[in-house]
Design a binder for this molecule. Structure first.
Ligand code: PEP
Ligand code: MN
Length: 345
């Protein structure tokens, strides 16, 4: 249920509505837009309906949210896009965020040198995995705590917010100490216990679309985080499984405008994991930016031939500045007026 407040509604009116919603055991999620305040009420619909909020002071109207995802729905924000503020960077609306870094943290040199290169080229955030979801249990699983310490050092030296994956809720505290954004990998998109814990932590989150997940399933995953009161959610299209085998996954760029139609949340695209091949990363990035994506998360490595994982798809650090300039131009075509570090709050 969505309670749309009048433009003239006072803070007291808003507070009173929230208290009444909570009095029947439902949760109230107020969002204060430029024009009006809208309060999402999530819980037992019959209980909420019995409150007859239509007649309450300051309430303009009560509207049902028809989609199964409520807090993620575009309807909740009246079509206004969410703009997240993460470590001094804005994401969403007119703000485009380029997130870059290696697939995995391998060594101090590799991590710090890559962080400096992406920072110099105007990246908004630094990515790198300390816990890696690998198909084989015998493959390198990430440096764990040691990797987190290297990410912390990269953040300290460059000032870039860090995006890193969490796979196991038992590592949440350690990861949250370093991460400005917790990444939920494609394989964990429907790990509802993990999503709930991240929701409770309040740490911003980037949720990757599962390998065979529909957009509705992705939005329901986001709903698990939002339901816990964590509003800082980004959605990420990273390629889905189709019958095509010429490349790793099929990047579903139709998802960009469609997710933006269905939801107010920023939509990020990962061209690296979709392509699996370095030569495809730039064309896919340009297409994503031109399609209106709110950002790109891309893998970069100083020596991809020696990379422990995902070497063939990682951009070379020496090519990164030219790549970033092309992406910025494509994002501008789609109306993004502020790009990465230019978007400092
Ligand atoms: C990654 O970002 O390194 C990764 C493993 O991504 P995905 O979950 O999309 O496969
Ligand atoms: Mn990778």
């Amino acid at each position: 249920m969505m309670i749309v407040m009048k433009q003239t509604a006072s803070e007291d009116d808003v507070r009173a509505v929230i208290e009444r919603i909570e009095s029947v055991g439902a949760r109230a999620h107020p969002s204060r837009g430029d024009e009006v305040t809208v309060i999402g009420a999530v819980g037992d619909l019959e209980h909420i309906a019995r409150l007859e909020l239509d007649g309450s002071p300051g309430v303009d109207r009560v509207v049902p949210i028809l989609k199964p995802y409520k807090l993620a729905s575009a309807q909740l924000r009246h079509g206004e896009r969410s703009v997240l503020e993460i470590g001094g960077q804005k994401v969403g609306g007119e703000h485009f965020a380029l997130i870059a870094g290696p697939c995995t943290v391998e060594s101090r040199d590799q991590t710090l040198s890559t962080a400096h290169v992406v920072k110099a080229a105007g990246a908004a955030m630094f990515r790198g995995g300390a816990y890696k979801p690998r198909t084989s249990p015998y493959a390198f699983q990430g440096l764990g705590q040691e990797g987190l310490a290297l990410l912390a050092e990269a953040k300290e030296q460059t000032g870039l917010p860090v995006v890193t994956e969490l796979m196991d809720a038992r590592d949440l505290e350690a990861v949250a100490e370093v991460a400005d954004v917790i990444q939920v990998g494609a394989r964990n998109m429907q790990n509802y216990a993990l999503l709930t814990e991240i929701g409770r932590s309040g740490v911003p989150v980037l949720i990757k679309r599962g390998l065979s997940a529909t957009l509705e399933e992705l939005l329901m995953a986001a709903e698990y985080v939002l339901k816990e009161g964590n509003e800082n959610v980004m959605l990420c299209e990273r390629g889905i499984r189709t019958f095509e085998t010429a490349y790793r996954f099929t990047l579903d760029l139709t998802a960009v405008p469609v997710l933006q139609e269905l939801s107010h949340l920023p939509v990020i695209v990962d061209p690296s994991h979709a392509a699996g091949r370095r030569d495809l990363v730039q064309p896919l990035s340009l297409a994503a930016a031109a399609a209106g994506a709110d950002g790109i998360i891309v893998e970069v490595h100083p020596d991809p031939e020696q990379a422990i994982c995902d070497g063939p798809q990682q951009l070379r650090t020496e090519d990164f500045a030219a790549y970033a300039a092309c992406v910025e131009a494509a994002a501008a075509v789609a109306g993004k007026t502020s790009f990465s570090s230019a978007a400092t709050v």
